[in-house]
Ligand binder design. Structure first.
Ligand code: FAD
Length: 468
């Protein structure tokens, strides 16, 4: 029997920690080098609550690692989008058919710490405060620096980079043999602000905003304030607060981050564009002044690996914009596939890495495209009558012919069908909805029997293994 190789992971973030756990569960000896100090001791990001949407793909990976129940214990269910209009009205657009199709708001810090604990419990060795500086692939050595700046060499065995969008391992691999890297900046940035738990606000305010329990807004929704070229969103945190994210062009005409350089200009902009949201953010000036503007890009690579020596995974291989809430979910799906492949052929890392790229790259490209499209949908279309008519007709068809029609959002969010399939199927379904609504703006005016016949005669049935 071939002995399982030693594996070195760079990056103990969400993807690195979950991958480490699964590889160790399959008998690999795993070491992880992580640039930051141990968050369980140092505190995560200075205690700021930053959250993420966890969907079925990510949950399935956590189930595989035996961690889904524990993660869900600390998560807040989100049934759909609560769309807040400029006039102050709000409507819930459900994501799925019922509460079996929901997404979950999880704390990034708490999830990372849970994954670190779980990986350590399976025998993974973490080295915190250790940055990858570079790699000598001919000598099979990596160079690391500790927090004091002392450097040393390490013989890594198999080398896997889970070190995020700015991956140092990717830079080292690219310098050795070009990977065909292409980075497409979105041109929009983001800034996080906080709505505190309801008890920190005047009671009438939370009541008026539709809050419940300790939350200042409806807790079981992902809130969106779409405003055309920009938007705010808010996701609930288990302790009652919400993390608000403002997405806005980075530069250019007002409003952009360039035209809102300080809290005073930003406050005036919020008072005009998000008047119902501003009073819920009592620390607005401090949050705006202190929190950085994050940048957003899509990363494309021709190659994710250097024969059998080094491989990139998660954001290091395919960072995407966050508008489908799938970056982590996609990275988590990666971890299951890679573990399966390495466990099946532990002596053939080159074969496993090549197969990993063959399977995952078309799917990473597909979710990258859908995430970009979803920005337009979230900031603009969710308030557009034609979009709403298509959505309404789609919902009727999904009820009438569930074996033939499923909205693309549901295919991405609630199934395990490949992202590339969801993209292709979504395009075909959308073309048919456009055709059905060509002569009427009203979903109720469409003859549903004829519409169902058209779809059944044009499209193949959805695969049976939708949830399998
Ligand atoms: P990271 O989380 O970036 O982790 C990389 C790790 O590597 C870090 O711990 C870092 O310290 C370490 N590291 C970096 N350089 C080195 C080095 N030189 N040496 C050693 N260690 C190093 N995804 C979702 O699924 N749902 C969402 O709702 C969602 N919302 C998002 C919102 C925003 C605003 C953004 C920006 C992203 C969002 N994402 C979301 C995407 C998600 O955050 C990423 O896909 C996910 O964090 C990728 O995990 P990763 O482990 O690959 O990279």
């Amino acid at each position: 029997m071939t002995q399982a190789p030693r594996i070195t992971l760079i990056g103990g973030g969400l993807v690195g920690a979950l991958l480490a756990r699964q590889l160790a569960q399959h008998g690999f000896a795993v070491e992880v080098f992580e640039k930051r100090p141990d968050p369980r001791r140092a505190g995560f990001l200075g205690g700021r609550s930053i959250n993420l949407a966890l969907a079925e793909r990510g949950l399935q990976a956590l189930r595989t690692a035996g961690l889904a129940d524990e993660v869900l214990r600390h998560a807040v269910m989100m049934r759909g989008r609560m769309v807040h209009t400029p006039g102050g009205a709000s409507t819930l657009q459900r994501y799925g058919v019922d509460d079996s199709e929901v997404i979950w708001s999880v704390s990034r810090g708490a999830l990372n710490m849970l994954l670190l604990d779980a990986a350590e419990a399976t025998g993974v060795r973490f080295h915190f405060g250790q940055s990858l500086l570079g790699a000598d692939f001919d000598r099979c050595r990596i160079r690391l620096a500790d927090e004091a700046g002392s450097t040393r060499e390490h013989a890594p065995g198999l080398l896997i980079g889970a070190d995020g969008a700015g991956s140092a391992l990717r830079a080292a691999m690219n310098a050795y043999a070009p990977l065909g890297e292409h980075i497409e900046p979105l041109g929009h940035g983001y800034k996080e602000l906080e709505i505190p738990a309801a008890e920190a606000l005047p009671p009438a305010l939370a009541q008026q905003a539709g809050g419940a329990d300790r939350f200042a807004l409806e807790p079981h929704a992902l809130h969106i304030w779409p405003r055309g070229g920009y938007m705010c969103i808010a996701l609930p945190n288990a302790e009652g607060s919400f993390t608000v994210t403002l997405f806005l062009p980075a530069t250019g005409a007002h409003p952009s981050f360039a035209t809102l350089p300080d809290a005073a200009t930003a406050r005036a902009f919020f008072a005009a564009d998000f008047p119902d949201l501003l009073p819920l953010i009592p620390r607005f000036d401090a949050d705006y002044a202190e929190h950085p503007v994050g940048t957003l890009s899509t990363l494309y690579l021709d190659r994710w690996h250097l024969d059998g020596r080094a491989l990139l995974i998660g954001d290091a291989a395919h960072a995407i914009v966050p508008f489908h809430g799938q970056g982590m979910n996609c990275g988590f799906e990666d971890t299951v596939e890679l573990t399966r492949l390495l466990a099946a052929t532990p002596g053939d890392s080159a074969g496993a890495f090549a197969e990993f790229q063959r399977i995952r790259q078309p799917n990473a490209n597909a979710i990258a495209a859908m995430a970009l499209e979803n920005y337009v949908e979230m900031r603009d279309s969710v308030a557009d009558p034609h979009y709403l008519a298509k959505r309404a007709l789609g919902a009727k068809l999904a009820g009438r012919i569930p074996g033939h029609y499923m909205a693309r959002y549901r295919l991405v969010t609630f199934t395990h069908l490949p992202y590339a399939y969801a993209l292709e199927r979504g395009r075909a379904q959308d073309a048919l909805l456009e055709e059905l609504l060509r002569d009427t703006p009203d979903a109720d005016a469409v003859d549903l029997d004829a519409a169902a016949r058209l779809i059944q005669s044009t499209l193949a049935p959805l695969p049976d293994s939708r949830h399998g």
